[in-house]
Write a protein that binds this ligand. Structure first.
Ligand code: ATP
Ligand code: MG
Length: 413
């Protein structure tokens, strides 16, 4: 099919006269692409809008791991790169030929000439269709982004449930081990065994058994502590009641509790409150937020700074809107050694830690994530630009959703 006949079938051009269409085809340039050939790359400067005359193309983005994420496949009669006609910003996605294809490229000037020389209703029709397509694409990308985000959260919750489940199962055998070790120690110290203790050979055997019982109960205790940390990963384990309290008070109380540790580690903590009086009072779970902040502060102490240098932490409180509801944005920032780009996507995963030798289990930020997203019904994001420390941005509603008010607490996890 000729370029002219194909253009005639495209709704975008349906109000153009044959003469206008013919001059559009003449002014445009036709190019062929081999299968697999890149037509343009994300961030390339725009060179016009492409109408696919034959063949198939793939529109895609490159994710952080360098894998192609396909956004769309187009067939003859479809057009792409139309943003170039509306603004002159760089390409927002890449396009490559799936099979050999022919394209008609209409540059910005040709397009503008065509609009200027058309009747008002034709120009309006073209702009309306073009805008609708751009808006459709933006919605689709936003929806896909939201879906990916929901899947990440679900995966995270599934992992957390496993951790909590395992912890629950381990609790009983560990308790029994502890009791059994206690019984051994108590029986060996019983009066009836005193005469036997006089025998030096038996004494050394009893000492060994006592020591073994000691090691057993010591390790059972340590394992119980770990199990408790595993259980804390679940947001629903954190008690606390719904309270109306000034947000800055919750933050300041938490900072005060951390004061001694902060002094020893040379950490200065600045709280900047940008909340106006009407939005100052938060209706939420102060216990959960305190736990979030304590975990973040502990991490700064352990990872961001050395005690020799110390450093600054800023906690900024501001008001915002989230999903059309009044929200708080809490920005927690340090200026320390930062997180490696390879580690950054994993820091909320259960058991991810770079500090096992410093006593880290890798559960602190998992707990933080669950508390923010479940109990506090918010979102958390992290950034660590090279040399710029770490910044956590927490967005939470100013008032907890009514569904949770009835149960009085979060109901997931
Ligand atoms: N402020 C920070 N600066 C640099 N690295 C950090 C910071 N906060 C977290 N990290 C990194 O994120 C990882 C995960 O943190 P998380 O709190 O989940 O575990 P952890 O502190 O190692 O162990 P746990 O909290 O269970 O005691 C840490 O091991 C560290 O590599
Ligand atoms: Mg931690």
């Amino acid at each position: 099919m000729s370029a002219f006949s194909l253009l005639k079938q495209i709704s975008l051009f349906e109000l153009l006269s044959d003469a206008q269409l013919a001059s559009l085809v003449e002014a445009g340039s036709q190019r062929q692409f081999a299968a697999g050939q890149t037509i343009f790359n994300e961030h390339d400067p725009p060179d016009g809008m492409y109408v696919l005359l034959s063949g198939q193309v793939r529109v895609y983005l490159q994710d952080q791991e360098g894998c192609r994420v396909e956004l769309n496949r187009l067939k003859p009669g479809d057009y792409f790169g139309e943003m170039a006609l509306i603004d002159s910003s760089p390409r927002s996605a890449s396009v490559a030929a799936i099979s050999p294809c022919d394209c008609l490229i209409i540059d910005e000037h040709t397009f503008q000439d065509m609009l200027l020389n058309s009747q008002a209703n034709t120009s309006y029709h073209i702009l309306r269709l073009l805008t609708a397509k751009v808006r459709d694409n933006s919605y689709r990308i936003l929806e896909e982004e939201a879906l990916r985000h929901r899947m990440e959260i679900e995966q995270h919750r599934a992992l957390s449930r496993i951790v909590v489940g395992v912890a629950h199962e381990l609790n009983t055998p560990l308790g029994l081990m502890n009791t059994a070790a206690g019984v051994i120690a108590a029986r060996l110290k019983a009066d009836t065994l005193k005469p036997a203790m006089a025998d030096p050979e038996l004494t050394s055997i009893f000492d060994d058994i006592l020591q073994a019982a000691d090691i057993l109960s010591g390790n059972a205790r340590r394992a119980s502590e770990l199990v408790k940390a595993f259980k804390d990963v679940s947001a629903s384990q954190v008690g606390g009641k719904l309270e109306s309290v000034p947000l800055v008070k919750v933050v300041n109380d938490c900072v005060r509790l951390f004061e001694i540790q902060a002094r020893q580690a040379g950490i200065a903590i600045q709280v900047k409150n940008h909340l106006a009086p009407p939005e100052a009072v938060w209706e939420g779970y102060p216990g959960a937020l305190s736990q979030v902040l304590t975990n973040l502060l502990t991490n700064v102490e352990r990872y961001a700074y050395t005690p020799e240098t110390g450093g600054l932490v800023t906690i900024v409180l501001a008001a915002s809107q989230r999903n059309d509801q009044p929200a708080y944005i809490i920005t927690f920032r340090d200026y320390g050694k930062g997180i490696l780009p390879d580690d950054l996507p994993h820091i909320f995963d259960p058991f991810f830690t770079t500090g096992r030798d410093q006593g880290g289990s890798g559960l602190g930020l998992t707990t933080v994530f669950n508390l923010v997203t479940v109990t506090l019904q918010g979102q958390i994001a992290v950034e660590s630009p090279p040399g710029g420390g770490v910044a956590f941005t927490i967005a939470i509603p100013q008032t907890i959703a009514s569904q949770d008010r009835r149960t009085g607490r979060a109901n997931v996890l």
